[in-house]
Design a binder for this molecule. Structure first.
Ligand code: NAP
Length: 237
C-alpha cells in the first residue's frame, strides 16, 4: 500500500537515494532540506507524481513543527520517516570550535529528535516506521571525529529508547549505520587510498544504503535495531 514518506536530508546523497527508492516503490515522498530549490528539484526528478520539496532546518524546533504542519495538512499522516540530514565538522577535539560542536550535535542528534517527535503525533493512531541514519563511526569511534561520533552514538541510544516507547503503537524505530559512502560528505577522501582498508575494497553507493533503509521501513517485526552498511569496515576499525 502506498504511504507518505518524509525524507529529511533528501535533496542529495543517501537521503536522495532513499527518496528515489521510495518513489520507485510507489510511495509519495516529501523531500526536505535547508535549500528549497534543491529539495524541489529532487522531488521533481522522482518517478511518479505528487512528490513535494520543503525547506526546513532540522536543528530549529519551530521550522520542524511548521514543516510537519504543512506536510500533514497537504498530504495526510506520515507513514515513513527517514532522518538523513547530517553534517560533519571533522577535527581533533583539541582543535574543535564550540560553534562547530553545537552545529553537529544540533543537526545530527537534536534534529532527529525533533523530527521524530513531530512525526509521532501523526503516527500514533495509524502506526509507522522511522529509520535514523547513524554511522559506523558512532559504533566504533574514529580519530578526528569525536563530536560527530558522539552525535551518531547518541542517535543509537535515542533509537533504542524510542523503539521501546512507541512499539505498543505499532511504530518501529531502527537505525542504519553506513561506512564510507560516495556522497558530497566524503568528496574530500580518496577512494583508491581509503577504500583499501574496507574489506569489500571500495566505498558504498547511496543506493546500497537506501536498500537497507527500505528493508527496515518495510520489515514489520524489526524494531530497535542497528544495521551496519559499511562493506565490513567495522571489522577492521
Ligand atoms: P550529504 O550528501 O552532504 O547530504 C546531506 C543532506 O542533509 C543534504 O540533503 C542537506 O541539504 C541536508 N542537511 C544538512 N544539514 C541540514 C539541516 N540542518 N537541516 C535539514 N537538512 C540538512 O550527506 P550524506 O553523505 O548523504 O549523509 C547523509 C547522512 O548519512 C548524514 O547523517 C551522515 O552523517 C550520514 N553518513 C554518511 C556517510 C558517508 O560516508 N557519506 C557515512 C556515515 C553516515 P541542505 O544542505 O540543503 O540542508
Amino acid at each position: 500500500m502506498s504511504k507518505l514518506g518524509v525524507v529529511f536530508g533528501g535533496s542529495r546523497g543517501i537521503g536522495c537515494a532513499v527518496a528515489r527508492l521510495l518513489a520507485q516503490r510507489g510511495h509519495r515522498v516529501v523531500v526536505v532540506s535547508r535549500n528549497l530549490e534543491a529539495a524541489q528539484a529532487t522531488a521533481d526528478s522522482l518517478p511518479g507524481g505528487e512528490h513535494i520539496g520543503l525547506s526546513c532546518d532540522v536543528s530549529k524546533e519551530v521550522e520542524v513543527q511548521k514543516a510537519f504542519e504543512t506536510i500533514t495538512k497537504t498530504c495526510g499522516p506520515v507513514g515513513y520517516l527517514v532522518n538523513a540530514a547530517g553534517i560533519n565538522r571533522d577535527a581533533l577535539l583539541l582543535r574543535s570550535k564550540y560553534e562547530d560542536m553545537v552545529s553537529v550535535l544540533h543537526t545530527n542528534l537534536l534534529g532527529s529528535m525533533l523530527t521524530c517527535r513531530a512525526a509521532l503525533k501523526s503516527m500514533l493512531t495509524v502506526g509507522g516506521a522511522i529509520v535514523n541514519i547513524g554511522s559506523v563511526v558512532g559504533v566504533k569511534g574514529n580519530t578526528g571525529q569525536c563530536v560527530y561520533s558522539a552525535s551518531k552514538a547518541g542517535l543509537e541510544g535515542f533509537t533504542f529508547s524510542l523503539a521501546k516507547e512507541v512499539a505498543s503503537r505499532s511504530i518501529r524505530v531502527n537505525l542504519v549505520a553506513p561506512g564510507l559512502i560516495q556522497t558530497d560528505m566524503t568528496a574530500g577522501l580518496k577512494e583508491h587510498e581509503d577504500g583499501r582498508k574496507i574489506p569489500l575494497g571500495r566505498f558504498g553507493k547511496p543506493e546500497e544504503v537506501a536498500l537497507a533503509v527500505l528493508f527496515l521501513l518495510e520489515s514489520p517485526y524489526v524494531t530497535g535495531q542497528v544495521l551496519l552498511v559499511d562493506g565490513g569496515l567495522q571489522l577492521v576499525m
